[in-house]
Design a protein around this ligand. Sequence first.
Ligand SMILES: Cc1cc2nc3c(=O)[nH]c(=O)nc-3n(C[C@H](O)[C@H](O)[C@H](O)COP(=O)(O)O)c2cc1C
Length: 374
Amino acid sequence: MSTTQYASTSQESEPVKFAYWVPNVSGGLVISNIEQRTHWDLDYNIKLAQIAEQSGFDYALSQIRFTAGYGAENQHEPVSFSQALLHNTTKLKLIAALLPGPWNPAVAAKQIASISQYTGGRIAVNVVSGWFRGEFTAIGEPWLDHDERYRRSEEFIRALRGIWSEDNFTFRGDFYRFTNYSLKPKPLQPLPEIFQGGSSRAARDMASRVSDWYFTNGNTPDEIKKQIDDIRAKAKAHGRTVKIGVNAFGIARDTEAEARAVVAEIIAKANPEAVNAFGHEVKNAGAASPEGQGNWAKSTFEDLVQYNDGFRTNLIGTPQQIAERILALKDVGVDLVLLGFLHFQEDVDYFGKHVFPLVRELEARRAPRSQAAE
Ligand SMILES: Cc1cc2nc3c(=O)[nH]c(=O)nc-3n(C[C@H](O)[C@H](O)[C@H](O)COP(=O)(O)O)c2cc1C
């Protein structure tokens, strides 16, 4: 794959950042009966976080699930889990998922401010808007229409930022209200970064208005570029910039054939009922948007075996191939690659040893060329 296909739109001097999905839910990141040497308990995750920060990962993203469904039989709560990992690491930043509805912004702002104080500011949040209706029903939360979910998430983010940065914060929203509220202590500066997930128009519009980071499902550089161009044009109109993170399932092996055999086995051992039921659920959630499309609108059966279309990003092959494809993502404006793996501890270690040095080498080789072009 060519790495010089597009004029770069990202901040070229910044090295691409890496995050991994914290396996704080059981069953791993693929809906498949393939062997996965990944565990969801705290001890496994502490060791993983320590390997990850040694390997050069910048962030770890914890997930929020309230109930089982299509895998994820057990689920640890992400804010407390993130905090436990922070207390056992020194550099890694934890991005804790928050789901407006169950989380009220007053509680979330206070939790995160305290964790920021205890951990030298290593906490960030991922505001998710929900796709799993059954989960909302199970916990007695109203299930809003697609765009209403994003309207609530946007108010949630505005409230978080306001509470964290102002005294006597006053806010009159349709979902949340605050009157002369002064949070003490506030989080450390710089404020915790606010990530969000989603690909729909509502998700992109919200990112352009309020989020620091936009996380999206796996895809090809061409398709990701379309989203980035849209978000960055809208953000510019609001006088803002938004950074972009893209999901990928990483399979690095010494030969491409070995890596391809792994993905083929994951798909061959997929659980078809669970994959189809998951596909039905996520497509329904997006179909309720006015344009009838969501994050998973174009996902095939094979894509859905990985919850967030991570095979599509194609970080599957030799370390050299993967490094070149990461640079191709950077070329279209991607700032961060979020990785899921089959055997997290082993694969995180392998990426750190074999893939990241090649990425840094390619970035260093390019830097003089882009300066010369200026
Ligand atoms: C990287 C990433 C992480 C996400 N993490 C979660 C999560 O932990 N829990 C959850 O319920 N939804 C999660 N989501 C789902 C999104 O917040 C959003 O509800 C979903 O992508 C629907 O997007 P759409 O509006 O584009 O259809 C995540 C999405 C992405 C892209």
